[in-house]
Design a protein. Structure first.
Length: 115
């Protein structure tokens, strides 16, 4: 059974930081492109960051320079370090793993940026 389990969300003040984790099970993690998506209130789901199996990364324009995605293949875990958080970063953050034709999602973790 495939599971992607996110953790690390919560309430943070503007300018603060959070680190999200996503632990995968039931897949050969090193074969998967791992990504973070988010969906804010009343918004469509958007891509935040991707990390290839070899560690190459890509970011959405709204988070470049503030967020960092990384992975530990030995721990089957992908991370999202979020710095300089803004109220517009408030969203449910989802972990995604892709290795065609497989496409798996986590249940999401809420991040709220508010004073």
């Amino acid at each position: 059974q495939v599971q992607l389990v996110e953790s690390g969300g919560g309430l943070v003040q503007p300018g603060g930081s959070l680190r999200l984790s996503c632990k995968a099970s039931g897949i050969i993690f090193g074969n998967y492109l791992m990504s973070w998506y988010r969906q804010g209130p009343g918004k469509q789901r958007e891509l935040v960051a991707t990390c290839t199996s070899s560690g190459r990364t890509n970011y959405g324009d709204s988070v470049k320079g503030r967020f960092t995605v990384s992975r530990d293949n030995a721990k089957n875990t992908v991370y999202l370090q979020m710095n300089s958080l803004k109220p517009e970063d408030t969203a449910v953050y989802y972990c995604n793993g892709k290795n065609f034709p497989n496409d798996y999602w986590g249940q999401g973790t809420q991040v709220t940026v508010s004073s």
